[in-house]
Structure formats: C-alpha cells, structure tokens
Design a protein around this ligand. Sequence first.
Ligand code: ADP
Length: 272
Amino acid sequence: MATCDHNCKDCKSKCEHDTTNLKFQTNEANNIKKIIGVISGKGGVGKSATTSLLAVTMARLGYKVGILDADITGPSIPKSFGVKGEVTGTNDLMFPLETSLGIKVMSINLLVKNETDPVLWRGPIIGNVIKQFYTSVLWGDLDYLFVDMPPGTGDVALTVFQSLPINGVIIVSTPQDLVKMIVEKALNMAKMMNINVIGLVENMSYIKCEECGHIIYPFGQSKIDEISKELNIKPLLKAPIDPNLASLVDQGRIEDYDISMFDDIAKTLENL
Ligand code: ADP
C-alpha cells in the first residue's frame, strides 16, 4: 500500500499491516495496564537480565509487576530470581509464582519437570504457550507486565508482537552487536507491527576497574549515541559489565542488585 504509514488505529483500509483484530484477549480477572516487550537481535546480550532489572525497578517504586517469560527455548527468569516450585491452578487458570518483592512470574521452566530439560517444540506450539501465558495466567491487577521476548526476529517473536497488546518495546544490545543492521531489523519489525519503540539499552558497554576507576571497552567504544541518532530512537542506558550482577543472577538474587542506573528508564515507563 503506497500510502501506508503503519498507523492501523486511524486507518480504515484492511492491509497486511493491520494487527488490530489478531490480539489475544486476557481473562477477565486480569487488569494489565502496560505491557512492555524486551527484545534483542540475538541471544546472550543480557535481554533477560535487563527484563528482570526493569521489573525490579518498577516493583521497588511500588508498582504491581509481572514478568511473562516468552523466551521459551532459553528461559532464565525464574533462576535469576531464585523462584522455584510448582505452578498450581484451576481448570481454566494458572497461578504465577512470586518473587521476594512480589513480582509475578510465569515461565516454561516452572512447568517442566527438570529445569535442564530442553524445550524441543516448533514455533506454532511455542506461540500457543505464550498465548496461554497471557490469556490463562491469573496476573490480576498489574501496572506493568514485562515480556522477555525470544531473541531475534523469527516467527515466535512475530507471534508475540502480533498477538499481545504491547505498549512499547525496549531493544537490548551489546556494543559489538549494536551494528545498525541488527537494531534496524528489530526496529523495522516493531514498526511494521505498529509497535512503539521506547528506546535502546546498550548492555555490557564497558568495565570499570574497582581499584582505580579506569574504564575499558572490551567490545569496542560505545555506539549507542550514534545508532540512536541515526535510527531516531531514544538511547536509554549504557550498562556496564558487572561481575556482581552475574554473580547475583547465578545465586538467584537479582533483586539485591543496585538498580539506581535504571532511574531514568523508570521515568520513561511511568510517562508511557
Ligand atoms: P539473553 O537474555 O540476552 O540471552 P541473559 O540476560 O540471559 O542474556 O545474559 C546472559 C548472561 O550474561 C547471564 O549469565 C547474565 O547473568 C550475564 N549478564 C547479562 N548482563 C550482564 C552484565 N551487564 N554484566 C555481567 N553479566 C551480565
């Protein structure tokens, strides 16, 4: 469509970009005010850690928060919060587990027998699980539901984008992967799905020596300002490589991490 500006809400035409009728409905016991997707061009860049820290930030501010772990083949949210146990429920509803701060969590890792069991399912089945995590989990009243999206721009990511009423996405990348092409792909996917891009987080941006304060850039100089300017998206945060964060994640104690660097993102999310 030559004149399509991807603004489906105000457009009367039916075209391939129209996602308004594909959205899943959550159950009536849920009242979820804002859904924020966290995406990355590939795995291992700290997408799940960022999702968890965003959730901790908003929970510490007193908001009711949930995390839907849509990274079905690489679920790591329960482990970083030390959340274990069986998900219980009724015929129609599943009850999420809660972290120490009261963040509600639903993840495939809470449903499989052994958390090391691989999930060997094809895209449509994974898409269905994510649908159930949205429609059949008793999230209750939530101010923010963070969705840890599958990495990349494949079919599962597409399902989540198409079917959840997402208010905005945050893109996470490392300086090494922060090449324009990778971020642009994620950005274009969001645009084509008519989804607002909140901004960009550069994770593992630098290391600061604890002894002398010297800063080194193991993955090369930061590129966030340059890429953000070029693609017209908001630079949100340069997060350092922090052995303390890795250690807390391994111990299931991510809630103990100092999240002061997320203060500005919190304001952005409050103003969404
Ligand atoms: P993704 O979700 O993108 O696959 P994860 O969030 O699971 O990546 O992070 C991969 C690994 O890197 C985890 O062990 C995590 O604890 C660690 N990690 C992520 N961000 C940082 C950071 N800024 N400093 C140190 N370790 C980090």
